[in-house]
Design a protein around this ligand. Structure first.
Ligand SMILES: O=C(CO)COP(=O)(O)O
Length: 252
């Protein structure tokens, strides 16, 4: 049975005190989780240890980093490597968010290296893919996403892929208030699963958790999560408000 996950991506927001308050509110919001239903909170690097500590003893809550270095270790001032993240008990790491791809010029090849390093250090990657608006308008989004999967993911072994979560985040829907329709999300998720099945077989594909991201909020979560291949969400703006995010988490 594949896992359902609702993940918060705080991006570069909140002070430590604000973050602690938000986490404590979420822990008290009555979100029912189990072995197949998780909440993941992706926080800025300096908050990982504190948030991990706050989540201790709360079943189904996990902490994620928002990025990881593409190099193992050494003279890379300002970077944080996979071994460091693992050493502070980080559970997941977001890799390939469109903001990293666009603003920090991360290529599919760089992301493939990050995937390898994360997996070899016991981190579970949340691998983001998704097309920009011009690609969607030209209706070539499937080929675009297939290439992202091909170049960053499909060199992994089936055993490695079992630890990967994929997040489909159409760039035109991120922070814009525009959401992919439930049908657009489901279509792309089914396409991603089909690509994975083609490379790794049906069993691995069926177990893969695929999240939707892009202007998810309490008001649209139930409809989006209803798609047969939509296994939860990766939530930006709405994850900064406890009641809103809790409502989304309860919708999976
Ligand atoms: O980028 C996102 C999550 O990683 C989505 O952001 P918004 O939910 O703010 O659109």
């Amino acid at each position: 049975m594949r896992k359902k996950i609702v993940a918060a991506n705080w991006k570069m927001n909140l002070t430590l005190a604000q973050g602690e308050k938000l986490v404590n509110e979420l822990l008290q919001a009555g979100i029912a989780l189990d072995a197949h239903k998780e909440v993941v909170i992706a926080v800025p690097f300096p908050y990982l240890i504190t948030v991990k500590e706050l989540l201790k003893g709360h079943k189904g809550f996990y902490v994620a980093a928002q990025n990881v270095a593409a190099e193992k270790a050494g003279a890379f001032t300002g970077e944080v490597n996979a071994e460091m993240l693992h050493s502070i008990h980080t559970d997941y790491v977001i890799i390939g968010h469109s903001e990293r791809r666009e603003l920090f010029h991360e290529s599919n090849a760089t992301l493939a290296k990050k995937m390898d390093l994360a997996l070899s250090h016991g981190l579970k990657p949340i691998f983001c893919c998704g097309e920009p608006l011009d690609v969607r308008k030209a209706e070539t989004q499937n080929a675009f996403v297939a290439k992202q999967l091909e170049e960053s993911l499909f060199h992994l072994s089936p055993d490695q892929l079992k630890h990967v979560v994929v997040a489909y985040e159409p760039i035109w829907a991120i922070g814009t208030g525009l959401t992919a329709s439930a049908a657009q999300a489901q279509d792309m998720h089914a396409f991603i699963r089909k690509q994975v099945a083609g490379r790794y077989g049906e069993a691995v594909a069926n177990d893969l958790t695929i999240l939707y991201g892009g202007s998810v909020k309490a008001a649209n979560a139930t409809e989006i999560f209803a798609g047969a291949d939509v296994d939860g969400g990766l939530v930006g703006g709405a994850s900064l408000v406890a009641a809103e995010f809790a409502a989304i988490a309860k919708a999976i």
